[in-house]
Ligand binder design. Sequence first.
Ligand code: SF4
Ligand code: SF4
Length: 255
Amino acid sequence: MDKLRVGVFKFSSCDGCQAVFLDLPQLWDYLDFRYWLLGRSKRVLEPLDIAFVEGSVSTQEEAEFIREIREKTRVLVTIGACATSGGIQALRNFKNMREFTSLHPEGMFIRVLDKSTPVKEHVKVDYEIYGCPINPQILEGFIKAILYNKKPVIPDYPLCMEYKLRGNVCVMDAYSIPCLGPIVKAGCGALCPSVKRGCYGCFGPCKEPNVESLINWFKGIGLKEGDIISLFENENAYADEFRKVLEGKVEGSQD
Ligand code: SF4
Ligand code: SF4
């Protein structure tokens, strides 16, 4: 089996998602890392089979580099909430960025774009692997599918399914704990509800989420508007479905 020529790239991010490759030594014999800031010192952009891109596009340099990567790459995959939805740093997109930089004594030298944006707003993305950070098993399954020339399967069903398969009762129904489980993607094994905490959606909105219905439910247990908004102010705040809530375009109907 030929090795895949792979690049792992970091944009604005914490490095948590690219570090997940360190959890997969069983695959290293099949991957020829041509570019990987965390794992190799060589930094020459060469033609690649797959580019894994972590982080959001937050500077002009990043906006230019992602276009260069796209030109050299057969399959481009974004990994993690920063790359797929803009990350926690995209919370600034709901404010005027200049208000922040003006607070810095040398703010004029802070050179960032006004918005932190997902990679797909800049170049064509072939696959998105969600999570903050991504799940090693999902990444492993993805790479094996590519190696065996199969279509990769990335979970896009709600976290609730993963949680119920563990035999648990719903934390909202049983304990009135606010939880985004019905409208966010599975991927973590439902860690938080399993210890009676609500989920705030590390893996972003699931396929066809009924956001309005969940907001109604939150209102029904007495949550105020500010509490509901803050549930969506997370690392996936700039994903389309969450962004609409924060921009006041999706509201529940119940008072
Ligand atoms: S998605 Fe989360 S873990 Fe991954 S780079 Fe961004 S902040 Fe770090
Ligand atoms: S917040 Fe949700 S997605 Fe994140 S670890 Fe907890 S249960 Fe999983």
